[in-house]
Design a protein around this ligand. Sequence first.
Ligand code: FEO
Length: 183
Amino acid sequence: MERQQVTAKRSLTQETEDLLNRQIAMEASSSAAYLSMASWCEMTGYENSAQFLYMHSDEERGHMLKLFHYVNEAGGHSLQPEITGIKHNYSSLREVFETILQHEIAVTNSINEIVNHCYQIKDFTTMNFLNWFVEEQREEETIARRAVELFDLIGEDGVGLWTIDKEILSLGEAVHSGDAGED
Ligand code: FEO
C-alpha cells in the first residue's frame, strides 16, 4: 500500500501534526538553551548548576524524541527543527534560573494549548499521550520556581552563591523523587 493511502486513513489531523512539530521545535530549543547555560555555568565555576543543566538538557532532548516517535507512529512526519538564537553568556546565575522559569512557563502554556486543541476536536488519543507532558511541566516549573526562590532565601553575598549552587543540584533530585512539596 502506498504511503499516501495510509496517511489518508490516519486519525491525526494536519493541524495537530503541525502543533506537535511546533512543540518538537520548542523542546529542541530548550535542550540547546540548557546546554548553553550548562557551558556558561561550568566555565564560570558553578559546577553543580552545570551538572543540573547538562542533565536537564538531556531530559529536554528526551521530550523531543518522545514527540518525534509519537508523530511518526501516528502517521505524521516529525521534522528536525532549525535551532537558532541561542544565548551564550549570562550576567549572573540568577539570570540563568529566571530565564529557565520564564521558558518553562511558556512550555506549559504551549502544551496546554495543544491539549485544549485536542479536546476541542476530540482527539483523545493525542490528549492522553500529552498527559505525561502536563505532569512533567508541573515538576519542571516547580524546580525552576524553587531555584529562583533560593536567591532570595539564601542571598547572594559571601558564600551565598556557593550555597545556592550546591542546593540547586539537590533541588532537582528532590522534585523528581517527590520530596520538594507542592505549590
Ligand atoms: Fe520539556 Fe522543560 O520542557
